[in-house]
Design a protein around this ligand. Structure first.
Ligand code: GLU
Length: 254
C-alpha cells in the first residue's frame, strides 16, 4: 500500500514551540515499522516555522512574511535534521522535497516532481515534503499542508492519505464545548452540510483547521483515494488505519 501521512505542528511540537520528542520519536518508529512491513510511506510535515521560532528565540509566531520565511529557513533544517536522525536509527533514508504553488500549477514542474517522487519510492527512500515557505508569497502559496498532502496523495496515486491532527476527527458539534458532540466515523461526500461542521471541529493550533481538511477530503474523494483524519497524539493509530479498522473519520465513496 502507498500511504501519505501528514503531520501538523500541533502534533510535532509542545505548546512552547519546542519539539515533542516522545511524539516524534514514536511517529518515526511507527512509520519505519510500516515501511518495514512493505508499505510505501510518504510524509508531509509542517513545523518549519514553529521550530524556527523556537530556535531563533522569537517571542511568538511572526506575522510579517520576511520573518516567517526566515523562521522557516531555520526551522526546516532543524526538522529534517531530526527526521534524518530518527529514521536513520531504523535504517531508513529520508529525502526532502520543498514545493510551492508554482510547482504544481505548471505541468512541466509537476511532472518533474512526480518523477522524482516515483524514483525516490523505487529507491526505498522516505520522501518528506513541506511547502517551500522561504520563497512562498501570497501569489504562489499552497498555503496549508492539508492541501499539499492531498495534492501529493492524488499526484502519486496513493491508496490512503492520513491527516494526523490534534482532534480525533470530524464531530457533529464542537467537542470542546458540547458534551453531546459525536465523532462521525464515515463521510462519502463533501456536501454543504458537511462543510458546515468544519467550524465546530476546528483544531486549536496549526494553519489549517478542519476546513482545509475537508477541502483535502474533496480532492481525495474525486481521485478515489481514501482519506482518514485521526488523532496524532497516538501515532500507533496508523496501524489501525492500515488494517482498515474504524478510527477517526474516514472519507471514501463507500
Ligand atoms: N509549511 C508550514 C510550516 O512548516 C505549515 C503549513 C501548515 O501547517 O499547514 O510551518
Amino acid at each position: 500500500m502507498r500511504i501519505v501521512v501528514k503531520v501538523g505542528t500541533s502534533t510535532l511540537a509542545h505548546p512552547t514551540g519546542h519539539l515533542n520528542i516522545r511524539r516524534v520519536e514514536l511517529l518515526c518508529k511507527v512509520l519505519s515499522d510500516i515501511k518495514n512491513a512493505g508499505h510505501e510511506v510518504i510524509l508531509v510535515s509542517s513545523g518549519a516555522i514553529g521550530m524556527g521560532v523556537g530556535k531563533l528565540g522569537l517571542l511568538g509566531r511572526p506575522e510579517d512574511i520576511p520573518t516567517k520565511q526566515a523562521a522557516a529557513a531555520v526551522g526546516q533544517c532543524e526538522l529534517m535534521y531530526t527526521y534524518d536522525k530518527l529514521f536513520s536509527e531504523y535504517n531508513h533514508t529520508v529525502a526532502q522535497l520543498l514545493i510551492t504553488g508554482d510547482d504544481v500549477a505548471s505541468d512541466k514542474r509537476r511532472g518533474n516532481f512526480i518523477n522524482t517522487m516515483y524514483r525516490l519510492l523505487e529507491l526505498q527512500a522516505l520522501p518528506i515534503l513541506n511547502e517551500n515557505d522561504t520563497v512562498s508569497t501570497d501569489e504562489i502559496v499552497i498555503g496549508d499542508n492539508d492541501t499539499l498532502a492531498a495534492i501529493v496523495a492524488t499526484s502519486v496515486g496513493a491508496d490512503k492519505l492520513v491527516l494526523l491532527s490534534d482532534i480525533d476527527g470530524l464531530y457533529t458539534a464542537d467537542p470542546h464545548t458540547d458534551p453531546n458532540a459525536k465523532l462521525i466515523a464515515h463521510i462519502s461526500a463533501i456536501s454543504p452540510d458537511v462543510l458546515a461542521l468544519a467550524g465546530a471541529s476546528a483544531s486549536t493550533q496549526g494553519t489549517g483547521g478542519m476546513i482545509t481538511k475537508l477541502r483535502a477530503a474533496a480532492m481525495c474523494l474525486d481521485a478515489g483515494c481514501e482519506m482518514v483524519i485521526c488523532n496524532g497524539a497516538e501515532p500507533e493509530n496508523l496501524y489501525a488505519v492500515l488494517e482498515g479498522q474504524t478510527i477517526g473519520t474516514k472519507f471514501s465513496k463507500e
